[in-house]
Design a protein around this ligand. Structure first.
Ligand code: NDP
Ligand code: MG
Length: 285
C-alpha cells in the first residue's frame, strides 16, 4: 500500500492534536510531510518528532514559508485545522493544486467559499469536511444525486446556555461559555457554540460546501450530539450519521479520503443501554 503524503496545518490545536492521535493509530498509512503551528514552537517540535514529520513551520510571521512549502512538497491530502482566516491563502493554494482538503477550518469557507470552491472545481480536487455536521452530511449524500435532496438538517447541541432563560444570558461569563456539554474544542468555537454563532457559520459553510440553496438548509436542537446531521430526500427518506461526539470520527473519515474507513480510536455507540435521542426546533428569538 502506498503511503499518503499528509500535511497537518494547525497541528497544535484541539483538532490538530486529535488528528495526531488518529495518525499514530494508522502510522503505516501516512507519511507526514509538513506540520504547522502559529506560535507554539515547543509543541510543534515535539509533535514533529513523534510523527517523524519532514518539515515544521511556524506561521506567526506570515504564510510565505508555508505557501512555498505547499509548492515544493508532494502532498496527497492536507488536514487544515488552523483557526481563523489567515489561512485562506493556503487553503486556496491547496485547492488550486488539486490536493485533497480535509477541512476543519470553517472560517475559510464562510469568508472565501465562493473562491475556494471554484478553485477546487477547476483543479479537480475535493474537500472532505471535518466539521462534524458537514462530515455527516457528506457521508449521508454519498451515492445519491444532488437533485434528489429535499433538505440538509444540521443538528446543534445548543451549547452551554441551551436551557438558560433569555434574562440569564445578560450575566453569563466567558468561563461559563467555555464548558460545552458534549464536545471538547478550542476556545473560540466553544464560545461560538454557546452563543449559537457557530451554527450560523455552519449554515453558511454548508451552503458553499454543498452548493445548496439556502431554503433547503435548517437547524434542529439535538442536545445529545449523537446524530451529527441528516439529509432528507424527496421520497421522504431521511439519512442520518450517528456516533459518539468525538472529532476523531470525522478526522479519520477525512484521512480515509472518503474511500475507506480507518481506526479512529472511538468507541461504538452502545445500543444495549437506554438511549434517548430528542429533537426540537431552535428558539429563533
Ligand atoms: P485551536 O484554537 O485549538 O487551535 C488552533 C490551531 O491553529 C493551533 O495549531 C494554532 O497554533 C493555529 N493558529 C492559531 N492562529 C493561527 C493563525 N492566525 N494562522 C495560522 N494558524 C493559527 O482551534 P480548534 O482546533 O478548536 O479549531 C481549529 C479550526 O477547526 C477552527 O476553524 C474551528 O472552527 C474548526 N473546528 C473545530 C472543531 C473542534 O472540535 N475543535 C470542530 C469543528 C470545526 P498555536 O498552537 O501555535 O497557537
Ligand atoms: Mg460543527
Amino acid at each position: 500500500m502506498k503511503k499518503l503524503n499528509v500535511a497537518i496545518i494547525g497541528v497544535t490545536g484541539s483538532v490538530g492534536r486529535q488528528t495526531v492521535d488518529v495518525i499514530k493509530r494508522n502510522a503505516d498509512r501516512f507519511d507526514i510531510q509538513l506540520i504547522t503551528a502559529h506560535s507554539n514552537a515547543v509543541s510543534l517540535e515535539q509533535i514533529g518528532k513523534e510523527l517523524g514529520a519532514k518539515r515544521t513551520i511556524l506561521t506567526k510571521n506570515g504564510m510565505g514559508e508555508l505557501l512555498r512549502a505547499v509548492d515544493e512538497t508532494e502532498l496527497d491530502v492536507a488536514l487544515v485545522a488552523a483557526a481563523g482566516t489567515d489561512i485562506i491563502a493556503v487553503a486556496y493554494k491547496l485547492a488550486q493544486k488539486g490536493i485533497k482538503l480535509a477541512l476543519a477550518n470553517k472560517e475559510c469557507i464562510v469568508s472565501a467559499g465562493k473562491f475556494v470552491m471554484a478553485a477546487i472545481k477547476e483543479s479537480g480536487g475535493m474537500i472532505i469536511p471535518v466539521d462534524s455536521e458537514h462530515s455527516a452530511l457528506f457521508q449521508c449524500m454519498c451515492g445519491h444525486r444532488k437533485e434528489d435532496i429535499a433538505g440538509l438538517v444540521l443538528t446543534a447541541s445548543g451549547g452551554a446556555f441551551r436551557d438558560l432563560p433569555k434574562e440569564a444570558l445578560e450575566t453569563v461569563s466567558i468561563k461559563d461559555a467555555l464548558t460545552n456539554p458534549n464536545w471538547s474544542m478550542g476556545q473560540k468555537i466553544t464560545v461560538d457554540s454557546a452563543t449559537m454563532m457557530n451554527k450560523g457559520l455552519e449554515l453558511i459553510e454548508a451552503r458553499y460546501l454543498f452548493d445548496i440553496e439556502p431554503n433547503k438548509l435548517s437547524v434542529v436542537i439535538h442536545p445529545q450530539s449523537i446524530v451529527h446531521s441528516m439529509v432528507s430526500y424527496k421520497d421522504g427518506a431521511v439519512l442520518a450519521q450517528l456516533g459518539l461526539p468525538d472529532m476523531r470520527v470525522p478526522i479519520a473519515y477525512a484521512l480515509g479520503c472518503g474511500e475507506e474507513r480507518i481506526d479512529s480510536g472511538v468507541k461504538q455507540l452502545d445500543f444495549t443501554q437506554n438511549m434517548a435521542l430528542t429533537f426540537s426546533p431552535p428558539d429563533i428569538d
